[in-house]
Design a protein around this ligand. Structure first.
Ligand code: ATP
Length: 176
């Protein structure tokens, strides 16, 4: 099935700014924001709640089944802190958001994250875990790393992604 608009994953360590980017990008472009957290919760794509990490234990097969039809039509912005479970054939662009350690620390402190979760996320950002995961799972040319420390960077990122969507549509013969 050919897509009428590209599918984009916006990923990164919790607190980098995925939701902020996805919501504003959806508003600007009309693409659909798929918040995986919300899908997991609403469609019960999980095997229970992890108390220590305060997060759902995701059933990936159920999750993929839940979003497959929508994603295959195209025009989805997938918002999640993991990316390698989505089939390569579904995805046109993977944006990995990055943030400085101090900024991430402040954002997670504000959210009152449990200590174990806070440390895990900060380590993960320092070790570039999500960037590596994206590079391992997708072709190099569709993986883009963008900084998300400031509101100015967020705006510039949105401009870049919006321009990329326009270019994708042109390349794929989709009128805008
Ligand atoms: N580029 C940015 N500049 C300044 N503040 C930002 C930026 N991106 C996000 N923030 C702020 O950081 C906090 C976390 O952002 P957001 O919820 O978008 O992150 P997230 O990656 O979606 O987190 P999670 O994975 O937990 O859902 C919010 O208070 C948001 O306003």
């Amino acid at each position: 099935m050919s897509r009428s608009a590209p599918n984009i994953i916006i990923t990164g360590t919790p607190g980098v700014g995925k939701t902020s980017h996805c919501e504003q990008l959806a508003e600007r472009t009309g693409l659909k924001h798929i918040s995986v957290n919300q899908v997991v919760k609403e469609k019960e794509c999980h095997e229970g709640w992890d108390e220590e990490f305060q997060s759902w234990i995701v059933d990936e097969d159920k999750l993929l089944d839940a979003i497959e039809d929508e994603v295959k039509r195209g025009g989805c912005i997938i918002d999640w802190h993991a990316c390698d479970l989505f089939p390569k054939s579904w995805i046109d662009l993977v944006v990995v958001l990055r943030v400085d350690t101090e900024t991430l620390y402040d954002r997670l402190t504000e959210r009152k994250y449990p200590e174990v979760k806070m440390q895990e996320n900060i380590d993960s950002e320092i070790m570039e875990v999500l960037l590596q995961e994206a590079r391992d799972a997708y072709d190099e040319e569709i993986v883009v790393e963008l900084q998300s420390n400031t509101a100015e960077q967020l705006d510039t990122n949105l401009d870049r992604i919006e321009a990329w969507i326009g270019q994708w549509k042109e390349n794929n013969g989709v009128s805008t």
